[in-house]
Each structure stands twice: as structure tokens, then as C-alpha cells.
Design a protein around this ligand. Structure first.
Ligand SMILES: NC(=O)c1ccc[n+]([C@@H]2O[C@H](COP(=O)([O-])OP(=O)(O)OC[C@H]3O[C@@H](n4cnc5c(N)ncnc54)[C@H](OP(=O)(O)O)[C@@H]3O)[C@@H](O)[C@H]2O)c1
Length: 257
């Protein structure tokens, strides 16, 4: 299978490398920044391009890994470049599959890896749930087969399910990570290190492997321990943003079932 990777950011970079490792031919890597395209192209034995007009018309799949807000623009431009009859897919959790029909493509799908990617960290692909969709059964099989080469967790997920998954993912990854950052900053104030919190973070995740998170909640909010809550709020007076978050989350723990 010949694939063109469009976008050499966090996802394009790691996906490109993994697909190459499992024997998929990456014919081109596109990035608006030639250097970025070159870096990935070099690793996967491919050709870098920084002008969409130079995109190969010979690929079997055009994999779009650009910012959500640019998918429509990139697809619309590609459709005018003679590949509108080829299979195209994006890697976004939040973008409808219909973006491609609106752009003028006849065969399209979604190839969404449900994981947090940063260029600096190599992901364990085999464990990543891939959420796959397509507008016809043949291309659904193509994308499922491709995902199965890199992961043992491949799922057919429709638009509605995927957007729900994405908002849930923001709650369980982006928001807790921001809270880890706040914990880190608070410890810094007392000359302590984040390492002190890591066993607690790990146990929180381990516990929910076999239990509903709601059943595993502990702490002053659940116990309605007002004296401790007020003491914490007082300590946070010099950080009004943290104080507001503390209030909101305390309220949510006490009210949301
Ligand atoms: N990061 C994650 O954890 C993650 C996980 C799953 C899915 N996704 C999805 O994967 C996609 C890519 O995310 P990412 O994290 O890889 O983003 P990223 O690291 O910010 O890279 C996105 C790339 O989009 C390109 N781009 C932005 N605007 C463009 C435009 N108008 N035309 C052409 N290229 C443009 C940028 O290229 P230049 O270098 O040319 O500026 C950039 O390299 C998104 O749809 C995202 O929702 C991300």
C-alpha cells in the first residue's frame, strides 16, 4: 500500500514512522515547512514536499494529520489536484467524516488513534485504540486492515461515537494533565518535587482498571469535610484561577452522579 502523509506534526510523525516500520510504503511526506517534511521523509525513506501542488497522484491513501481547523482547507485543495477519486482519511477525533464529501472526495474515512502524542515520546502503538470509519465497506476494510498492522485494538466507530469519545478523552487526559501541572507548581512553592505525587497518580489510574471511577473517589469534597475545604481555599487565595478550579471540581464531585 502506498501512503502520502500530509502533516508532519505529533501524529503525522509517529504514524509515518510506525507505518513505515510495518512495511507500508510512504511515498511522500507533506508539511508546509520543508524542514519538517524532510525530517520525517528521511526516517521513512520517502520524499518531502512543501507544496500541495506537488502531491503524488499515485498513492492508495492520503492520510491527513493537520490541525483540525485546516482539514477542510487541505482536503478542498487536494480535491482540485486530481486525487478526488482516491481514498483520503483524517486522524482527528473531533472532525466529521463528511468534511471530505463537502471537499469533493468520493472515497473517504477516519483513522483516529485514541492516544496523546508528543513528538519527543515514542508511543506504544500496539495498545492504542484505533477508531476507524469510512463511507463504504471496501474502504472500511482497507483502513481496518491498515490499522491492524500497527495496533491490536481496532474499532469501527461512527462520527457521533467518535466526537463523544473525543470529549471524554479531553476530560480524562487534557484536564487531569493540567491538574498535574497545578500540583507540580504548588509543590514547587514548598521546595518539593513532583516525584512525591507520582505513586498517588499511579494508584488513581490502577484502581479504575477494575472499578468504576465514581466508586473509587476519596477526599474532602466527597466527605463534605468543610473545614479542610475552607482551609485549602484560603491557601489558594493567592492563586485565584486554582481556587476557582478547586471550587468547581469540589462542586462537581458533590453534585454529579
Ligand atoms: N496530538 C495528539 O495527541 C493527537 C491524538 C489523536 C489525534 N490527533 C489529531 O491529529 C491531527 C494532527 O494533530 P497533531 O497533534 O499532530 O498536531 P500538530 O503537531 O500541531 O501538527 C499539525 C500539523 O498541521 C499542519 N498545519 C496546520 N495548519 C495547516 C494548514 N492550513 N495547511 C497545511 N498544514 C497545516 C502544521 O504544519 P506546519 O508544520 O506546516 O505548520 C502541523 O505540522 C489533528 O487532527 C488532531 O486532532 C492528535
Amino acid at each position: 500500500m502506498k501512503v502520502v502523509i500530509i502533516g508532519a506534526g505529533n501524529v503525522g510523525y509517529h504514524l509515518g514512522i510506525k507505518l513505515h516500520q510495518v512495511g507500508v510504503e510512504i511515498v511522500q511526506v507533506f508539511s508546509r515547512k520543508y524542514q519538517k517534511a524532510s525530517r520525517l521523509a528521511l526516517e521513512v525513506g520517502s520524499k518531502p514536499v512543501s507544496n500541495l501542488a506537488d502531491i503524488s497522484k499515485e498513492a492508495d491513501l492520503y492520510l491527513i494529520a493537520v490541525h483540525d481547523s485546516a482539514i477542510r482547507e487541505v482536503a478542498t485543495r487536494l480535491a482540485t489536484l486530481g486525487v478526488s477519486g482516491k481514498l483520503i482519511a483524517h486522524t482527528s477525533g473531533a472532525t466529521s467524516i463528511q468534511v471530505f464529501e463537502n471537499a469533493g472526495f468520493s472515497r473517504f474515512g477516519v483513522f483516529y488513534p485514541l492516544q496523546t502524542f508528543s513528538t519527543s515520546r515514542i508511543p506504544d502503538f500496539d495498545k492504542i485504540p484505533f477508531c476507524i470509519d469510512a463511507n463504504n465497506p471496501d474502504d472500511l476494510s482497507v483502513l481496518i486492515n491498515l490499522a491492524s498492522k500497527v495496533s491490536s485494538n481496532v474499532n469501527k466507530i461512527n462520527d457521533q461515537q467518535r466526537t463523544l469519545l473525543h470529549v471524554a478523552a479531553v476530560f480524562v487526559n487534557n484536564f487531569p494533565n493540567h491538574l498535574f501541572h497545578i500540583g507540580d507548581k504548588l509543590l514547587e512553592q514548598g521546595g518539593m518535587d513532583m516525584d512525591l505525587l507520582l505513586p498517588l497518580i499511579q494508584e488513581t489510574v490502577d484502581k479504575i482498571e477494575n472499578n468504576k471511577p465514581n466508586k473509587m473517589q476519596t477526599g474532602p469534597a466527597l466527605r463534605k469535610d468543610d473545614s479542610t475545604i475552607n482551609q485549602h481555599l484560603k491557601m489558594l487565595e493567592k492563586y485565584p484561577d486554582y481556587q476557582e478550579l478547586y471550587r468547581l471540581l469540589t462542586h462537581s464531585i458533590q453534585k454529579v452522579k
